[in-house]
Design a protein around this ligand. Structure first.
Ligand SMILES: *Cc1c(COP(=O)(O)O)cnc(C)c1O
Length: 422
């Protein structure tokens, strides 16, 4: 049992009032919550399990046992069905998104396709502080093709800046690949502005939406974004290892070729013909047999987010993070914590990041005190606040426990040596 810190009554009253007025409060009971002793602020790493998904997966497993190979009549279209629901969450049209593979693999497929579509151009622009898999994959592609990677030295806390991107753009740039919401700080990049700037020099854009889909409006269609990828196990709550999705703007679909010529991209797949003749639509970006059980989880997770609506979700996450920033300023700044996310709520995704030189020790002490957050190098704690199941009192209690740890020096009992998974 964890004893709550006594916070000023007005602050607790305010959190309770905000929860009482929250139009999304009713969504919390749509999730399995078996860990009530803990405050879960890590839904930006692995979202909670929706009850509808548990039921759907049980049915899908029964169908497997009963229908066996005949189940494919229904299963074959799941990646498109789930993709269409996700399309609605990221401002794309039906037929522009499909569920497949992992984010890493989709990034490779779409980046390769984009580079092939810009022959003669020799530069890939990326964020030197982006998530590692994105950088590694683009570095690998560049090395195998003799291209140059221009890694922008962006601010760890404020993310990518449009003017900074402009300085890197010229007619040699084939591809600009960036995260929409930065994994470390939650900073939101100017997706329409950067897309337009890239287009003005004839480059293509590839957006990583891992921390944005299901958390903030993305507006791919309005921005005429070219390509995007993202995972489903964070804000779409599809579960560990659930497949990712990819987006290709409709008019580009027949023009791009992806490098993995698998049979699921092939027209008349079961004709088993001699040569590869891919579909003209989004299906040409598929590779092989989809993971059906996990695809059901993607469908249900995306449906739940769609039911709540991105506008309401984003409005609440701004309110949650703003409430959190106020507590950080009052309670934690005196203990050496610094906000490592943008102060402007319109530039924040659904997590708040705190810098402290002993962040890793604090993170371990928080887990012991029942607050699940994650550590990100260098010296940062990420506090995820997904709107569908995070309450204002959760933010209050989590930051209250962190303050108590700092006051008592509890974190000093924890090792400074790092762990395999943080
Ligand atoms: C979580 C995340 C990934 C994950 O990629 P996987 O292929 O699913 O392991 C990729 N990029 C970003 C920005 C992420 O936040």
């Amino acid at each position: 049992m964890v004893v709550e810190v006594t916070v000023t009554d007005t602050t607790r009253t305010r959190a309770i009032e905000l929860d009482a007025r929250d139009p999304l409060a009713r969504f919390r009971e749509r999730f399995v919550i078996d860990d009530a002793e803990n405050i879960y602020l890590d839904g930006n790493s692995l979202g909670r399990l929706p009850k509808a998904t548990r039921a759907q997966l049980r049915q899908a497993i029964d169908a497997w046992g009963r229908d066996l190979v005949q189940g494919w009549e229904r299963w074959i279209d799941l990646p498109n069905q789930a993709g269409d629901v996700i399309a609605g969450l990221v401002g794309a049209a039906p037929g522009e998104v499909v569920v497949s593979d992992s984010t890493s693999v989709n990034l490779f497929k779409l980046a390769s396709a984009a580079l092939d579509a810009r022959p003669g151009r020799r530069t890939i622009v990326l964020d030197a502080n982006d998530f590692p898999t994105d950088r590694y994959i683009l570095d690998g592609l560049a090395a195998s093709r003799g291209l140059r990677v221009l890694g922008l030295e962006t601010s760890l806390d404020d993310g990518v800046d449009l003017e900074h991107v402009r300085t890197a753009l010229d007619e040699d740039v084939a591809l600009v690949c960036l995260s929409h919401v930065a994994y470390r700080s939650g900073a939101v990049a100017d997706l329409p502005g950067i897309t337009a700037a890239a287009h003005s020099v004839g480059a293509l854009t590839l957006w990583d939406l891992c921390h944005s889909a299901g958390a903030v409006p993305v507006g791919l269609g309005d921005a005429r974004a070219d390509l995007a990828v993202g995972c489903t196990y964070k804000h779409l709550n599809a579960g560990p290892g659930a497949p990712a999705y990819l987006y290709v703007r409709r008019d580009l679909q027949p023009l791009l070729r992806q490098p993995i010529q698998g049979w699921f991209g092939q027209r008349e797949q079961f004709a088993m013909g001699p040569g590869y003749q891919p579909y003209d639509d989004i299906n040409r970006f598929l590779v092989g047999t989809p993971p059906v059980l996990a695809a059901y989880a993607v469908l249900e997770g995306a449906r739940l987010v769609s039911e709540a609506g991105i506008a309401a979700i984003s409005e609440k996450s701004r309110a949650l993070t703003t409430f959190g920033v106020d507590l950080v300023d009052r309670w934690l700044a005196p203990h050496g914590f610094r906000l490592a996310s943008p102060r402007d709520p319109t530039r924040r995704g659904a997590h708040l990041t705190l810098h402290h030189p002993q962040a890793w020790q604090f993170c371990q002490a928080m887990r012991k005190a029942g607050v699940i957050a994650d550590y990100r190098t260098p010296e940062r704690i990420r506090l995820g606040m997904p709107s569908l199941y995070t309450r204002f009192v959760d933010v209050l209690d989590a930051l209250g426990r962190l303050r108590r740890i700092a006051e008592q020096g509890d974190h000093l009992q924890h090792s400074t040596a790092s762990a395999r998974i943080t």
